[in-house]
Ligand binder design. Sequence first.
Ligand code: DON
Length: 315
Amino acid sequence: MLPAHLAPTLSAALDQIHTEAQALFGQGHVADYIPALARVPPRQFGMAVALTDGSTFAVGDAQTPFSIQSISKLFTFVLALKTQGDALWSRVGREPSGAAFNSMVQLETEHGIPRNPFINAGALVITDILTTGYAHLDYALLGAMRRLTDDPALSWNVAVARSERETGHRNMALAYFMKSYGNFVNPPELVLDNYCRQCAIEMSCAQLAQATMFLANGGRDLGRDGSPDEHMLSPADTRRVNALLLTCGAYDAAGDFAYRIGLPVKTGVGGGIVAIAPGMGTVAVWSPELDAKGNSVLGAFALERLVQLTGWHYA
Ligand code: DON
């Protein structure tokens, strides 16, 4: 836990990072393969830190809701792990893929079993598992995320979900390809509906930092009053989720992220990144311009600077 006397230091660090990050605008590009995301104004930056003692810090556009996209895969994976336990490892692996988030090449030689739950193929399998497990998956997922954020209005953006559903031919191909190997139970169309809605959920950095707090806190969410009141995951499963986020959370940039930042992360093409500092707190950062691997340019920079300034480390 960060001692209280260091709080002013953290606040100053966020201000400094906010200022430094401005110089990087223009180095990346907003995701445009989902047409509704191409319209997001690129020059935005927000960052929020939540500590396990309940204190929070924020800078820039930290209260602005954005499309969480693949950050949703963290929440669906946790839900699948909670409900299925180790049974899910017969459907999906836990190795880094070293390939693009939407790649399909490994599936052919690996019998339709995706490398990990965070690449698109793996996340589609997780959503397939949850589609079997829940009659109304989107409301089960939203319910869990509304409880974690204390925000009953948290929801998905209908236009973004529809935009991806109409243009997501590669994801549909991945689903059918896995079905040809017997690793897909439900109709791909139904699973894609659920998947596109989950990716289109909108949250702010402040909400994401709060919603992932259980991963920094041994599996326990912090209640409204600051006392642990919800047991999301066992300490052992929390450690396992963080290990997967460290090795697979940034796709084919996972090694680079571990080298530069050294914390478990999950990135999304909406420009968001969540980082977990076990025992310390969580960090959420958002800036829509992406690098060639689909990760936020300013977001990665901001996290790198934060660990330099705070000394937080995991790996
Ligand atoms: O399935 C997709 O392509 C998107 N809904 C999510 C991809 C994503 O966020 C990759 N992360 N950097």
